[in-house]
Design a protein around this ligand. Structure first.
Ligand code: PA5
Length: 462
């Protein structure tokens, strides 16, 4: 269960930057309306993602079987996917596999080394091909649209290499495609080449797709417990659809964030105090950033809304960004992500008799990281900076499922409160089209003209 402490969002603790109970009460109708909108659309249209938690056990069992089969044959497992097609897999795999998974000797690893390639710097591709053995590698190419240039290019490079090294027949076995069945270029290629294809549901947008085959296929290959992951997400769905703001963590925190935005807090920091949860902040950054940044609302009013997500990590960023959070502009609201039980223990038995270090003797990194987090929460409160804390007991498949689903509901509620289309991303699409035009893709001639029309009358240089 995700626990919430939002004391330091309240005026009583942080003065004028906080909220009051009366203020929240006044906004209850708005909060209720958002809840009703999200719950009534549950499982419909672009909100089909809420139904992914009801994937039948039989289907999950089949995926586990498929994953085990690939795992047996594979030393290196590579995911090609970007945005929503990469960040979910990255957040889950880095949370749930051994923290140094790829560096573990083979006999201590019960899954292949994994690489989630969500960028196309040529050095990254060259580096990947240097470290994997193509003969023992499998590639999961994930793109919902089937059109994303980055992902398609990665696929083409690797498929050519696979064919050269292993021959056409074996190369085909090594490519697993996750895309929208019946639509898009990758689907057409996959059908023609005879690759194994996994479908992504139609009403499931990229950033809401981690519990679809986008996530489940790689997780199954990596031996992650997808049943518990989905169980956690299901529990979170139930909690997020409760018609009671005092119990509904996603709803209340969506409200706290939206209200903060209205109060000029244009930046939302997510700060996990957990290395395994580090990429949860990347997942959140896309979900929150892309979903809520919209030029117009549902009634056509120009609003240019959004709250810029900032990724931070405790304690690392205490020595980097926290100065900014403490004394910079009053434009931030911080979400702390706390873990009660780190499972691993790192005791500090000996401090060499150094008096200044006596306080550490007999303690542990567990004590220290928890104290550091509480100290940062306290220090921010002292500076009247709003923050709230989400806590989970342990990082495991269930709690990671809960958290991811919680973030999706929080975003859906915030979008409903802002009266925007949470599920589109016209800004992203424009960039994709301009890329096609600049790379001379057929059918994008007009777009190229539009791009080229932006001629610089003067170029500024020093
Ligand atoms: O959330 C989204 O829809 C986007 O960020 C996409 O995930 C991203 O652009 C990648 O798209 P695709 O999965 O079609 O390759």
């Amino acid at each position: 269960m995700i626990k919430l402490d939002y004391n330091f969002m309240m005026q009583e603790h942080i003065g004028a930057h906080g909220m009051t109970e009366e203020g929240i009460k006044k906004d209850l109708p708005k909060i209720q309306k958002a809840l009703e909108k999200v719950v009534s659309n549950s499982g419909k249209g672009w909100q089909e993602w809420t139904e992914l938690v009801n994937t039948p056990k039989k289907e999950l069992d089949e995926l586990v079987k498929f994953g085990a089969d690939v795992r047996k044959k594979c030393e290196h497992f590579v995911v090609f996917g970007i945005g929503g097609s990469g960040l979910g897999p990255l957040a889950v795999a880095s949370a749930l596999l051994h923290f140094r998974h790829n560096e573990l000797p083979k006999e201590k690893r019960n899954a292949p080394k994994y690489y989630i390639e969500d960028n196309i710097d040529p050095n990254r591709m060259a580096g990947l091909l240097d470290v994997i053995d193509i003969k023992t590698s499998y590639f999961n190419v994930i793109t919902k649209s089937g059109e994303t240039s980055e992902t398609l290019s990665q696929f083409f490079i690797v498929y050519e290499t696979l064919k050269k090294v292993l021959g056409e027949k074996e190369a085909k076995e090594r490519i697993i495609v996750t895309t929208t069945v019946g639509k898009g270029t990758l689907y057409e290629i996959a059908k023609k080449e005879g690759f194994r294809i996994f479908d992504i549901g139609k009403g499931v947008g990229g950033r809401f797709s981690v519990f679809s085959n986008v996530g489940l296929v790689p997780f199954a290959v990596l031996g992650i417990d997808i049943h518990s992951l989905i169980d956690g997400a299901k529990a979170s769905r139930t909690n997020s659809e409760i018609n009671d703001i005092s119990k509904n963590v996603a709803l209340i925190t969506a409200y706290l964030q939206v209200k903060s935005m209205e109060n000029g807090k244009n930046i939302s920091v997510l700060m996990p105090y957990s290395d395994p949860l580090k990429f949860m902040a990347d997942f959140y950054a896309q979900l929150w950033g892309e979903s809520l940044a919209k030029e117009v609302d549902n009634d056509g009013n120009k609003i240019n809304c959004g709250q810029s997500p900032v990724k931070a990590l405790g304690t690392t960023d205490q020595h980097s960004q926290v100065q900014l959070f403490m004394e910079g502009p009053f434009d931030k609201v911080v979400t702390f992500l706390a873990v009660e039980d780190y499972v691993a223990l790192a005791p500090i038995n000996e401090t060499l008799g150094v008096e200044n270090c006596d306080f550490l003797k007999g303690r542990s990194l567990n004590d220290l990281i928890s104290a550091q987090m509480k100290a940062t929460i306290f220090a921010l409160k002292k500076q009247n900076r709003p923050s709230f804390t989400l806590s989970i007991e342990k990082v495991n498949a269930f709690s990671v499922g809960e958290l991811l689903q919680y973030f999706m509901y929080q975003t859906a509620f915030a979008g409903a409160m802002l009266n925007i289309d949470t599920y589109n991303q016209p800004g992203v699409e424009e960039g994709k089209k301009a890329t096609f035009a600049m790379m001379n893709r057929k059918g994008y001639e007009d777009k190229l003209k539009e791009v080229e029309a932006v001629k610089l009358s003067k170029s500024y240089q020093i």
